[in-house]
Every structure is written in C-alpha cells, then in structure tokens.
Design a protein. Sequence first.
Length: 84
Amino acid sequence: LEYDSTSNTIIANIWYQDFLVRIDPTTGFVLKIYNLQSLRPRESRGPKEDCLNGVALDTTTGGAVVWVTGKWWPVVYKIRLIDS
C-alpha cells in the first residue's frame, strides 16, 4: 500500500492476486486495475514463490516508477504504471 501524492491516490496490491489497484482515498473507489500476471507468470515461479505482495513508489520520479515484488520472489521489478 502506497500513497501517491502526485495523483492523490493509493496504490495497493490485491491479496493473493497479481494485480495492483489505484484507489481514490476519498471515495474508496478503484480507479484503475493493473494486471501484473505476466510480470512473473506462475508457471515460471519456484515452488515457494507466491503472489505479488510488495509495492513501493519511487518518489524521485514523481510517482512514475513503482518497485514491485512478491512473496518469496528472488527479484524486485522496476515498472511504470500506465493509466491510459
């Protein structure tokens, strides 16, 4: 869960799924769903690796870059979330 001050929204992962969502903190409405299933497909994961569960905004990029990882993933990915 991360607060994006550049857009006044919250970026959160969905428990046990490989999706991120952008949420309006005032209404609680989901504004955008980001499908990250192809980032690290289940069939390419090791036996202990589980779902996406870590997200951090890179504040040096004005919220344009997000770092993501998963439960027991051996890597962290640097990605851009596209809202169009």
